[in-house]
Write a protein that binds this ligand. Structure first.
Ligand code: NAP
Length: 248
C-alpha cells in the first residue's frame, strides 16, 4: 500500500494504458481522479473496480485538448479528493498517415491532445504541488518520439515535444520536490494499436528483442515506480517499455 492516502489524476483512463495505470495505483492505495473523453460506460466500469478496492474515485470527463479543461480538472480533483500528489498525462491519439496526405486537423488535434494538453494540465496541477513542495508527474510518450515509423510525423513530433517538455519541467520543478519523468511504450495491446498489430504482427515482432507485445500492465508498473515514494532520485528521464523495439 505504498500510495496509501495519495491522490492521482490520470488522463485517458477509461481504456487501455490509462485504465491499467489507474487500477495499478488504486491497488496500491491511491485515490483516483479519472479523466476520459467520451467512453462513459468503460470509465464507469473502471471506477467500479477502483471503488471495489476500497479507494475513492471521481469521474472527470473532459477533452484535454481544450485549454480551459486543464484548470477545471485540477480544481475538480482537488475539491473532490483533497489534493493531487500524482499527475499522469496519458490521454493520447494517433492519426497516422504520410505528411503529404495530412490535413490541418490531423496535425493540430494530435499536437493539441498529446502535447499542448499535458502542458496546460501540468501548469494547473504543478501550481498545487509547488505549494506542498512534493509531487510526481509521469508523461506517457512513445518509441515514436525517438524512432518514428513512416506516417507518424504528427504523432512523433507530439511525443518528441512531450519528452523535451518532461525534461524542461524536471529542471523547473526539481527544487520544489516534484519529480517529472516520461515512459515510452513500444507496441502495447490496446485499441490504439489493434489495426497495426492485425496488419503487420510478424513484421513488427521481428523488429523487437522480446517476441511478444506487452499488456498495458507492463507500462502501468513502470509508471507506478516513477510515481512512487520509492523514487527519490530519478527525474527528467524517459523509461522505454518497448521489448527492444527497433534494436534488431
Ligand atoms: P487507447 O486505448 O486508444 O485509449 C486512449 C485513452 O485516452 C482513452 O481513455 C480515451 O478516452 C482517452 N483520450 C483520448 N483523447 C482524449 C482527450 N482529448 N481528452 C481526454 N481523454 C482522451 O490508447 P492507449 O494505447 O491506451 O494509449 C495511451 C497513451 O499511451 C497515449 O498517450 C498513447 O500515445 C501512448 N502510447 C500507446 C502505445 C500503444 O502501443 N498502445 C504505444 C506508445 C504510446 P475515450 O475512451 O473517452 O475516448
Amino acid at each position: 500500500m505504498e500510495f496509501e492516502g495519495q491522490v492521482a489524476l490520470v488522463t485517458g483512463a477509461s481504456r487501455g494504458i490509462g485504465r491499467a495505470i489507474a487500477l495499478r495505483l488504486a491497488e496500491a492505495g491511491c485515490d483516483i481522479a479519472l479523466n476520459y473523453r467520451s467512453s462513459t460506460a468503460e470509465a464507469e466500469d473502471v471506477a467500479e473496480r477502483i471503488a471495489a478496492l476500497g479507494r475513492n474515485v471521481e469521474l472527470l470527463p473532459g477533452d484535454v485538448a481544450r485549454p480551459e479543461v486543464a484548470r477545471q480538472l485540477a480544481e475538480a480533483a482537488c475539491e473532490k479528493l483533497g489534493r493531487i500528489d500524482i499527475l499522469v498525462n496519458n490521454a493520447g491519439i494517433g492519426r497516422d498517415k504520410l505528411l503529404l496526405a495530412m490535413d490541418a486537423d490531423d496535425i493540430q488535434e494530435v499536437i493539441a491532445t498529446n502535447l499542448v494538453g499535458p502542458m496546460f494540465l501540468t501548469q494547473a496541477v504543478a501550481l498545487t504541488m509547488v505549494k506542498r513542495r512534493s509531487g510526481r508527474i509521469v508523461n506517457i510518450s512513445s518509441t515514436a518520439a525517438s524512432r518514428p515509423g513512416k506516417g507518424q510525423a504528427n504523432y512523433a513530433a507530439s511525443k518528441g515535444g512531450l519528452e523535451a517538455f518532461t525534461k524542461a519541467m524536471a529542471v523547473e520543478l526539481g527544487s520544489r520536490g516534484i519529480l517529472v519523468n516520461a515512459v515510452a511504450p513500444g507496441i502495447i495491446k490496446t485499441d490504439l494499436t489493434q489495426a497495426l498489430r492485425n496488419a503487420a504482427e510478424s513484421e513488427l515482432l521481428g523488429r523487437q528483442v522480446v517476441n511478444s507485445f506487452a499488456e498495458p500492465e507492463a507500462v502501468a508498473d513502470a509508471v507506478a515506480y516513477l510515481a512512487s515514494p520509492r523514487n527519490t532520485y530519478t527525474t527528467g528521464t524517459v523509461l522505454a517499455v518497448d521489448g527492444g523495439l527497433k534494436m534488431v
